[in-house]
Ligand binder design. Sequence first.
Ligand SMILES: [Zn+2]
Length: 319
Amino acid sequence: MKGQDSNLDFYNAHYDIIGQWLVRPGDKVVLGDRDNRSCRFCGKTTPEVTFKKVAHAIPELLGNKSIESAYECDTCNKGFGQGIENDLGNWSKAMRTLVRIRGKSGVPTLKKGGDKPGWRIEYDQSRLNITAYENDPIFEVDEENKTVTFKLRRDSYTPVAVLKAFMKIGITLLPDSEIPNFSGLMRWVKEPDHSKAYINKCPVIYAFQPGPMPNDLITALILRRKSTVTGYPYAFLVLGYGNEVFQVVLPSEKNDNQMNGKSVSIPPFPVPGHPDQGRYGQPRTTVLDWMDSEVRKGEIMTMQMGFDDRFPVEFPESE
Ligand SMILES: [Zn+2]
C-alpha cells in the first residue's frame, strides 16, 4: 500500500524504534533486574516495599501474558490495578469480548446490569454465545449488506484515566536511561485526582483493522525522535492487540518544550493490517480525545462486523 509506505518513510526519517515487542502467550520477557529490585514508580526498594506479585508491563486484561517488569512494587501495582487500569478495563471490555481477548480469567462476559435477566455475550471455549431479546436489541443484522452492528454499553470510565493507563504502559516500556526525561509525566500518571491537568491535549491515534485478527498477539513499540529532528513529539507508544492499535504521545517536559502551543500533523505509524485487505479493507484510523476528567456513564460502543468476518460468532434465536 502506498499510504503505508510513505508513512513508514516519515517514521524512518524522524524516529528511532528504541523498544519493540511482538509476543504471544508462552513467550516470556522480564524487563529490569529481578535480583536488584527498585520500583520505577515510587523509587522504593526492599524491604520498604515488596515485589511478590507479577507486574505485567502491559495489563493482563489486554491479553499480555508475556511481558513482565521487575521494577513495579506491589504497592504501586495494586494502586494502578484499582485505579487507571480499572478504567482501561471498563473502556475496552466490550471490544475485548467481541474480538476474544483473554485476560486473567479468560474472555470477559458482557451482560446487562440490573436484577432482571437481560442480554448476555459469553465466550464458551470456541465461540461467542449471544443471548438477546427483541425488546432490548444489542445488535442489528443487515442481511442485504451482510453486516452485523453491535451497540454495547461500556462500563463507567474516566477518559483521562484511560489515557493515563496507556501512558503508564509507555513509562514501563521505556529504557531506564529515558526515565529522567519523563518525571512530570510519571507524577501525573500516579496522581489519583484526575481533575489535575498536566497537558492540554493529547490526541490518541486509533486504528481498527476489520476482519478476523489474531486474538493472542501483542505488539508494542517505543518510538523516540531522532536527535537531529525538531518540531515533532519526542516519544510515542504504539500498542496493538486484537483488532486495535493505539498510538499515544509520551510527553517529556525536557524534550517537548519546543512543542509548546504548537500543533503538528503526523501520519499514523504503519502497523501490519490484515493480510487480505482486499477482502476486509484497510485499517480505519481515527483520533480519540481522552482529556475529559468527568466519569462517563452509559456510553454506547458501536462495532460493525461483516458476515464474512463473523468468525466464531453465532446468533441464537432471540427470545
Ligand atoms: Zn512502587
